[in-house]
Design a binder for this molecule. Structure first.
Ligand code: ZN
Length: 154
């Protein structure tokens, strides 16, 4: 990856980290879960309003953490909007593979437009400790939509 692109990526992460989208607690959320990454000190609560057709009508989060975890939560809450739980699971699976560098030569399932956005965060593959930061919001969302109230990063 050349330096220009790398810089752009960092800018996107810093921007989301500083000005997170959907950083709020919606009154009408019907699912929520807490996520905790003790290795880094990231703690997030993800709120979801799930429609009767399993479509995500609203997604938001609160909490504190490093720039990566907050940027990831910020991007995620934008990306999952309007998607079904099944679509979100497929995307999480793709993202997980990207973060662990296991996406080479593998057919990813999510829409290319979303995968492009998530690729910004996939630079964490060079820093194994950071993979948990990047995936915490997704683990927490997964837990929220399946009705749980707590998740670990394992
Ligand atoms: Zn972190």
């Amino acid at each position: 990856m050349d330096d220009d692109i790398r810089e752009l990526y960092q800018e996107v992460i810093l921007d989301h980290g500083k000005n997170p989208r959907n950083f709020r607690h919606p009154d009408d959320a019907n699912h929520e879960a807490h996520g905790n990454n003790p290795l880094c000190g990231d703690r997030l609560t993800v709120y979801v309003r799930l429609g009767s057709d399993s479509r995500i009508e609203d997604a938001a989060f609160e909490g504190r953490g490093c720039a990566i975890s907050v940027a990831s939560a910020s991007m995620m809450t934008d990306i999952v909007l309007g998607k079904t739980v099944t679509e979100v699971e497929a995307l999480f699976d793709d993202f997980h593979k990207m973060c662990k560098g296991e996406d080479e030569g593998v057919a990813l399932k999510g829409p290319e437009e979303d995968l492009d956005k998530l690729r910004v965060l996939a630079g964490v593959r060079q820093f194994p400790m950071r993979v948990k930061c990047a995936t915490l919001a997704w683990h927490t969302l997964n837990e929220a939509v399946h009705g749980g109230d707590k998740t670990s990063t394992e």
